[in-house]
Design a protein around this ligand. Structure first.
Ligand SMILES: C[S@@+](CC[C@H](N)C(=O)[O-])C[C@H]1O[C@@H](n2cnc3c(N)ncnc32)[C@H](O)[C@@H]1O
Length: 497
C-alpha cells in the first residue's frame, strides 16, 4: 500500500473553515446555484394566479436573527494543505471507544488470477456514543448511512476547500457533512427526490423567513382534490397539502422558486406521511415507505382510525425549528462559503459529464445493493406531491452479483475520471444475504479493473464487544450492525483520462 505522510494535527482537520486558496473547482454551468429538480421540472404545468411572494432574492431569507451582527465570512486564504495521515497506522492503533482494532486480511482474485490481499481493520471507529450529528441531518431516507461515516473519512483524507463527492447521494448525508466541514459538496443520484432533500439544507433559510412565507401561501386555494388520498389525510389537511403542491408547481413553472420555497418543499415531503402527530397523515409507515391506498385502508380498519385534521403550517414550522437547532452562526458561515459551489446532479452515477476530470479529492458513497427496491411503490406519494412520474425513475438494482459488479465497474470508471490523482474512494457496502455475500470482496476487483489501488478495508462494528468472537475472514455472518468500507486510491501516476 502506498504510504501516506503523517498528518500534523487531527484538530486542524476538524476546523470547518474554507480557504479560498484550495478552491479550484467551479464548473461554469453550476456556479451560482446547485442544479435541482426545480430547474429540471420547469415544464411542469399548473395554472394558478401570481403569488404575493418574492422571487429568489440575494439572501434575505437567510437573515437568521442570530447572524445579523456577524462579520462577513472570512475570505483570506488559510494555511497551505497539511499532509494526510497514515490512515492504516491510525486504524491499527485506534482505541477511542475502548476496543483494540482487530487486523484481518480480505482476499480477492487479482487480474492475473492470483489472490490479492488487502489489510482489513475491525473496530468501533464511530459510534452512537459519539456526539450527535448535526440536526440538519435529521431527514429520513431508505438505506442512508450515519453522518459519522462520511465525517470519519472527510476529516482524515481531505482539507477544507477540497471537493467531496457522493455519486449515490440519497438524502445527502455525505454532501451535507462535507459542507458542514467546509469542503465543497458534490453529489449525484438518479432519484430526483435526492436533490430536493439535499439542496435546501446546504444553505438553510431562517425560521422567520419560513414562517413569513408560510403566512403568505394560500392553503385553501387548490383546484385538485384527489379523494383517494383521504385514507391518509383529513379533508382539510388534504386541501392544504394540495394547495401547497399547487403553489410550488406554479412557482417552479414561473422559475421563481427560491430557497425558502425549496425548504418548505423539503419539509412537506418529509412530513407527508408517518407514524405520529408530527406528520400530515394518520398513522402509517415512515415517510420513506409510503404504502398503497389499499394497504392504508387496511391499517385504518385494523387500528380503527380515521385521519385527524393536522395543521400543515405548524408541522412545517416545528420541524424547521428542529432541523435548524444546530445552525449556529459559525455553522451558517461555513455553509454559506461552500454551498454556492455545490454541484448536485440527477443522473446515473456512471455518466456525469458535468463533473470535470481530476477535480474530486474524496468520494464517500454507498451504492444500491442486491436487494429489491421498488422505487415507484416506496415513492408514489412523494412523487405525486412533486408532480413527478414515479415510474419514470430507473434505479440500478441488479439482483445478481455479476450484474451488480458490472454496474459498479462502470461507476468506478467514472469515479476514476473525476478523482484527482492521489484522491480516495471510501465505498461502503452493506450486509446482503444475511452476511453470506461479502460485497467488499466482490467490489475490490471492480475498482482494480479500472486502475484504482485498493488501500484497505475498514469494518465498523458498533456491537464489537458482543460479536468479537465471530470476527474472522471466513465468518462475517453475525456482524449485522456493521459498515464495511473499501478504501481505494487513484494512483498518483495515473493514466491519461
Ligand atoms: C444506499 S442508497 C445511498 C444512501 C446515502 N448514502 C444516504 O446516506 O442517504 C443508494 C442510492 O443510490 C441511488 N441510485 C440507484 N441507482 C443509481 C444510479 N444508477 N445512479 C445514481 N444513483 C443511483 C438510489 O436512488 C439511492 O439513493
Amino acid at each position: 500500500m502506498p504510504s501516506v505522510p503523517k498528518r500534523a494535527s487531527k484538530r486542524v482537520h476538524s476546523d470547518p473553515s474554507t480557504p479560498e486558496l484550495l478552491l479550484d473547482y467551479a464548473p461554469a454551468r453550476q456556479a451560482a446555484r446547485p442544479r435541482s429538480l426545480a430547474d429540471e421540472q420547469g415544464g411542469l404545468k399548473l395554472s394558478i394566479g401570481p403569488q404575493a411572494v418574492p422571487a429568489r432574492s440575494s439572501h434575505p431569507s437567510r437573515d437568521h436573527s442570530v447572524e445579523r451582527d456577524l462579520p462577513p465570512p472570512p475570505l483570506a486564504p488559510l494555511a497551505p494543505p497539511l499532509p494526510l495521515p497514515a490512515l492504516a497506522d491510525e486504524l491499527a492503533s485506534f482505541r477511542e471507544f475502548g476496543q483494540a482494532t482487530r487486523k484481518l486480511v480480505t482476499t480477492f482474485p487479482g487480474a492475473d488470477g492470483q489472490p490479492r490481499e488487502v489489510p482489513t481493520f475491525v473496530n468501533e471507529f464511530w459510534t452512537a456514543r459519539q456526539r450527535q450529528a448535526s440536526s440538519l441531518q435529521e431527514i429520513s431516507y431508505r438505506a442512508c448511512f450515519k453522518p459519522q461515516l462520511p465525517r470519519f473519512f472527510i476529516e482524515r483524507l481531505t482539507q477544507p476547500g477540497e471537493v467531496v463527492y457522493d455519486p449515490f447521494m440519497g438524502r445527502g448525508t455525505t454532501v451535507l457533512e462535507a459542507a458542514l466541514l467546509g469542503r465543497v459538496p458534490c453529489g449525484c443520484d438518479i432519484n430526483p427526490l435526492s436533490v430536493v432533500l439535499t439542496r435546501p439544507r446546504l444553505q438553510p433559510p431562517s425560521l422567520a423567513a419560513v414562517a413569513q412565507r408560510l403566512g403568505q401561501i394560500d392553503f385553501a386555494s387548490s383546484n385538485e382534490f384527489p379523494g383517494e388520498l383521504l385514507v391518509f389525510f383529513h379533508a382539510d389537511t388534504l386541501r392544504a397539502i394540495a394547495s401547497l403542491k399547487q403553489y410550488l408547481l406554479a412557482r417552479r413553472a414561473a422559475k421563481s422558486l427560491d430557497d425558502v420555497d425549496d425548504w418548505i418543499c423539503l419539509l412537506a415531503l418529509n412530513r407527508l406521511t408517518g407514524h405520529s402527530s408530527g406528520f400530515f397523515s394518520v398513522y402509517t409507515l415512515p415517510p420513506n415507505q409510503a404504502v398503497s391506498v389499499k394497504s392504508q385502508r387496511k391499517i385504518n380498519a385494523d387500528r380503527n382510525q380515521t385521519p385527524p385534521p393536522r395543521d400543515v403550517r405548524a408541522i412545517i414550522l416545528k420541524k424547521t425549528r428542529i432541523l435548524l437547532r444546530d445552525c449556529d452562526p459559525a455553522t451558517l458561515r461555513v455553509l454559506a462559503n461552500v454551498a454556492p459551489k455545490a454541484v448536485l446532479l440527477t443522473e446515473p452515477a456512471a455518466h456525469t459529464p458535468e463533473l470535470p476530470a481530476r477535480s474530486v479529492s474524496l468520494v464517500v458513497t454507498s451504492p444500491p445493493f442486491l436487494n429489491v427496491v421498488d422505487y415507484a411503490t416506496d415513492n408514489w406519494l412523494r412523487c405525486w406531491f412533486l408532480g413527478l412520474d414515479a415510474k419514470s425513475v430507473k434505479l440500478t438494482v441488479p439482483r445478481k452479483l455479476d450484474a451488480w459488479q458490472a454496474a459498479m465497474t462502470e461507476v468506478f470508471r467514472e469515479l476514476h475520471r473525476v478523482l484527482k490523482p492521489g484522491g480516495y474512494i471510501a465505498f461502503e457496502v452493506g450486509e446482503v444475504h444475511a452476511g453470506k455475500t461479502k460485497l467488499e470482496e466482490a467490489v475490490l476487483p471492480c475498482g482494480v479493473a479500472v486502475g484504482l489501488e485498493p488501500e484497505l478495508v475498514l469494518i465498523n462494528d458498533q456491537e464489537f464487544t458482543k460479536t468479537a468472537n465471530c470476527w474472522g475472514v471466513d465468518n462475517m455472518a453475525k456482524g449485522t450492525n456493521t459498515n464495511r468500507i473499501v478504501l481505494f486510491r487513484r494512483p498518483k501516476d495515473a493514466r491519461q483520462d
